[in-house]
Design a protein around this ligand. Structure first.
Ligand code: NAD
Length: 292
């Protein structure tokens, strides 16, 4: 079994990006600039955003964090987005999700200029992704592709089963794995909460991508020998064995399946670190005007 080490690969990618930023600046190019909007003071969102801002600093990007109160109106938030859309120096804009219930997330996503949508969630960029046109790929699915690529996991002609159909992970990765690309060219089955006989379907998978948000859901009886497993899930549970008092679990019962796998991502340290690396990659692409 080979561990798909997202922590190491993400570090490599950030190193590569830092070199490119230095070269860009040395040749008179602009410093990539990412803006993030954080609404409210949710602890998890705060952690994610500050990790993104820190990652920007490390690779030599500029970053701007815009904090808004959780009672901000949808209209005020859209106004703030328009301001960033019109700020030439800013290359990429992310609005940290989830947003408070009174705000329509899709309306907010659509307010971001596609050329600055480095999360790759705008319908224009999703459409471009489906058509295999240059675009910003959503960061988590892009991170999965990059991991498979850097570990030379063969995907062409393989059966890929995806569990979960969220707009940010399951649905886009199912499209990407079926595109005529490398990685890609899989025969893809997208499964979800209404799927029947899930265990029979997962057993057909050469590559199993799991993103449903239920800790240790996938066990050894659900997979075949030699499967490559990508575990996207992150569930925080209390633990008396760690200093912090909690630990992270994936959607896959790692110890139960690991001996049947050809490749597997750990949690933490698998897909998670790749997500931020891909966000930086998209922002660099935007600064270089590589897509739009
Ligand atoms: P979500 O919570 O929006 O949706 C869950 C999906 O799972 C739904 O499509 C649902 O149909 C499906 N599902 C639920 N129960 C099922 C069942 N019994 N059988 C089959 N399918 C079932 O999904 P999400 O936002 O993609 O998040 C999934 C997990 O991935 C969460 O743990 C989240 O924290 C994690 N996540 C991690 C990263 C990362 O960077 N590593 C990024 C995004 C999400």
């Amino acid at each position: 079994m080979i561990l798909l080490d997202g922590k190491k690969i993400a570090k490599d990618i950030k190193g590569e990006i830092a070199i490119k930023v230095t070269q860009l600046k040395a040749t008179g190019g602009k410093t990539p600039h990412l803006a993030a909007i954080l609404v409210g003071d949710d602890g998890a969102s705060e952690t994610y955003v500050s990790a993104k801002v820190k990652a920007c600093e490390k690779v030599g990007f500029k970053s701007t964090l815009i904090r808004l109160k959780d009672n901000v109106s949808e209209q005020e938030l859209v106004k703030e987005i328009h301001k960033v859309n019109n700020t030439l120096d800013i290359d990429g804009l992310i609005v940290q999700l989830p947003l408070p219930n009174h705000i329509d997330e899709m309306r907010i996503t659509e307010a971001i200029l596609p050329s600055k949508d480095v999360d790759g969630f705008h319908p224009t960029n999703i459409g471009r992704m489906i058509l295999n046109l240059p675009t910003y790929l959503p960061a988590t699915p892009a991170g999965i592709l990059e991991l498979l690529k850097r570990y030379n996991v063969e995907t062409s002609g393989k059966n890929c089963v995806v569990i979960g159909r969220s707009h940010i992970v399951g649905f886009p990765i199912s499209i990407l794995m079926g595109r005529n690309n490398n990685p890609g060219n899989c025969t893809v089955t997208l499964t979800h909460s209404r799927t029947q006989n899930l265990n029979e379907i997962t057993k057909t998978a050469d590559i199993l991508i799991v993103a449903l948000g239920k800790a240790e859901f996938v066990t050894s009886e659900m997979v075949k020998e030699g499967v490559c497993i990508v575990d996207v899930g992150i569930t925080r549970i209390e633990s008396d064995k760690t200093k912090s008092g909690w630990k992270l679990l994936g959607d896959v019962a790692f110890d139960s399946v690991k001996d049947r796998c050809s490749f597997i991502t750990p949690v933490p340290g698998g897909v998670g670190p790749m997500t931020i690396a891909m966000l930086l990659k998209n922002t660099l692409m935007s600064a270089k005007r590589a897509v739009y």
